[in-house]
Design a binder for this molecule. Sequence first.
Ligand code: GDP
Ligand code: MG
Length: 394
Amino acid sequence: MENMFSRSVDPEIREALLNNDEASAAAVLQQYLQEQENIPLNIAVTGDTGSGKSTFVNTIRGVGDDAEGAAPTGVVETTKEVTHYPHPNFPKVIFWDVPGIGTMNFPAEKYLELVEFERFDFFIIISDRFRENDVKLAKEIQKKKMKFYFVRSKIDNNVRDKRRSQREFSEERTLTQIRKTCIQSLQDQGFESPQVFLVSSFDLHLYDFPLLAETLERELPDLKREAFQLAMPNTSLEMIDKKKKAFKSKIKYWATLSAAVAGVPVPGLSVAVDLSLLVGVVTRFVFGFGLDISSLKKISHYTGVPYEELKAIIKSPLAATVVTPALVLNLLAQTESLVALMTAEEGSRFIPILIPVTMTLSFLTIYKALNIFLDVLADDARRVFEKTTLNCRG
Ligand SMILES: Nc1nc2c(ncn2[C@@H]2O[C@H](COP(=O)(O)OP(=O)(O)O)[C@@H](O)[C@H]2O)c(=O)[nH]1
Ligand SMILES: [Mg+2]
């Protein structure tokens, strides 16, 4: 993505800025950033009734089963309807709860047409016991040159049962055994070398979910990757790191844009910035890390760690609060004095060549501020992750 920008967008902006045409430089950048934020991602979750589709759709969106807007779970599917559930913070990322091929009573080929398969980026075929239908569907999806992933659900049940019944319990051995059984039954149904991800929707950070997320991310086209990353729950420290990197790679563009479009100086700040743009960026950081009040309350609810305890380990003034222009302004003003203290040499490292002198100080302040905000938020996300997962295991 970085490369694409350097190749096609950078020269355009640079030229506009060199011609003192800040308005058109901003327009190019704005369009680029907006396009990226509006990239749709549609994920189909299909499988037999009771396999755990709706629970998975809820958990992956960070929504509790009993929350408003949650997919109803533990109910026999009476409708044959495809229902869509947008991510609460990134509504362009949509999870589709798709009734299984068995529920629909259609041949695989017709089934795909019926659910309008073209709209999906990939399929997750979820099951607690893979059967003929799952394989039929997978083969049909393959024919359409689309991707699918087998997810074996409810692993926590198996692990718990084995732990209870086996004298020398080994989680590793249990998982290997389940994996083998799944692969065997898929092979028996005529699927040659399947990969199966073992997942518990009650604990996404355990078992194979982090691997599934990594695999999906790797196999998605470049343009969709970031949308996916941001919408994923923090199920590993690596995931948090990737989110941070994705944000970091864009800071120079946001800073350029905010400095370029700022016509009017903001009271309380000596440099000119586009405050509303910055509020938008910072909100995206907070949402991406799941550090907004609503996400934190949800994670508190389903991990049992009291919300107040989560709040207590959070250091960023931007987390667990409502991000307002006044708050961002206040934090920017604090950064501004930092920037003034930066040596010329230290500062010049950050300045991309495309920034004209008149914008330098604004750019530097915003650049520095966004980097600090991001660092602190990513650390908070790590602490929240560690605190909440520790609780799950215990
Ligand atoms: N133990 C356990 N139960 C699960 C898991 N996923 C779903 N369930 C339960 O399985 C039942 C059916 O789940 P649901 O999501 O409604 O399945 P759907 O019919 O495919 O949408 C519900 O009682 C869920 O609580 C899981 O990962 N672990
Ligand atoms: Mg359901």
